[in-house]
Design a protein around this ligand. Structure first.
Ligand code: ZN
Length: 329
């Protein structure tokens, strides 16, 4: 069995970089992004938690799991599906919610109301609308691929302590601990194999071919962001200075040849994925054009343009798709 591994969403990667480089002096702006980062992080942690459960699941057919699946529809809008379970009987789309307290869905107003444990209520986008939108997209794709496979969708609530309150009838929302039971129900409902093993393989490849991650950028003025190589050991609070081929922290004294890699990724997620030698020199605080040239050569970066206009592409290291053998069945 193969699996598209869970990856941090671009939005989370970008917010992580922002938390390192956004000055805290504009308190409102900083807190706005800090809250957004905390929400993204919590959601991602919940997804990772549910992913672990698949290793112990009993699945009576060949299957493929796609985690953090993303694609773009004809209108250019992104579909981010937390998990897709592809089997020869059906395809199952899962939206994973890591929220505490009590959750109620008001269908007439299309909102999810969360009542916090400590009191107070909050309103969110209705996850049922999200999964319906994804299901329509996948149905359309299946028609394009000329494949007939039932599409099912569900919302998984990570914690057993979250109370699932009033939910409109005919929708599948359950605690993660019920994953096996809900999967069994689906195999019971769809007993017939709709596609052959060969068709399943083809469908898997077609879904992978339209898997596409969209960039996300915060609406901040990049001129005020902190530049340079920031020391990980000092929680990114202090600057590292380049000397004798290494970056050295002025505060804790730690020295590293590769500390600029993380700074480079921050540049990719906050500024641009393309950078010139001069921009990189200014950004890293390295005076030597040749030292920068050596770093670029070492990374073997894709390039475009000639001489002074030459730009280098900072790769999205984390977004490379990794397919892992889970087990054979
Ligand atoms: Zn340090």
């Amino acid at each position: 069995m193969e699996l598209l591994k869970r990856q941090k969403p671009r939005k989370l990667l970008s917010l992580e970089a922002l938390m390192r480089r956004l000055p805290e002096n504009n308190v409102d702006e900083f807190n706005f992004y800090k809250d957004m980062f905390a929400t993204q992080r919590k959601g991602y942690d919940g997804e990772v938690c549910v992913d672990q459960m698949w290793y112990e699941m009993n699945i009576p057919a060949p299957y493929y799991l796609f985690h953090s699946y993303e694609s773009v529809n004809v209108a250019g809008y992104s579909h981010q599906i937390d998990t897709i379970v592809l089997t020869p009987h059906f395809i199952w789309l899962l939206e994973i919610k890591n929220m505490s307290g009590r959750l109620d869905i008001d269908e007439s107003k299309h909102q999810l109301i969360r009542t916090k444990r400590e009191g107070g209520i909050e309103s969110f986008r209705n996850p049922l609308n999200q999964i319906k939108r994804h299901a329509e997209f996948i149905n359309r794709k299946l028609r394009d691929f000329q494949t007939h496979l039932p599409v099912e969708a569900a919302v998984i609530i990570v914690s057993d302590y979250t109370i699932i309150g009033a939910i409109p009838k005919g929708n599948s929302i359950f605690h993660a601990s019920g994953l096996q039971t809900e999967l069994d129900k689906l195999f019971n409902k769809h007993q017939e194999r709709r596609v052959s093993v060969g068709q399943l393989e083809k469908l898997k490849t077609e879904l992978m071919n339209i898997h596409q991650r969209k960039d996300w950028k915060a609406k901040v003025d990049v001129r005020k962001l902190r530049k340079g190589v920031l020391c990980k050991g000092c929680e990114y609070k202090s600057l590292m200075i380049f000397e004798h081929g290494s970056f050295k922290c002025g505060k804790c004294g730690v020295s590293s040849k590769d500390a600029y890699l993380e700074a480079l990724l921050d540049y990719r997620y906050l500024w641009s994925e393309w950078i010139t030698n001069r921009e990189l020199r200014e950004y890293l605080g390295v005076e030597s054009r040749h030292a920068i040239k050596r770093m670029i050569e070492k990374l073997n970066l894709e390039q475009t343009g000639t001489y002074r206009n030459r730009k280098y592409r900072i790769p999205d290291f984390f977004s490379q798709m990794i397919i892992v053998d889970l087990n054979e069945s």
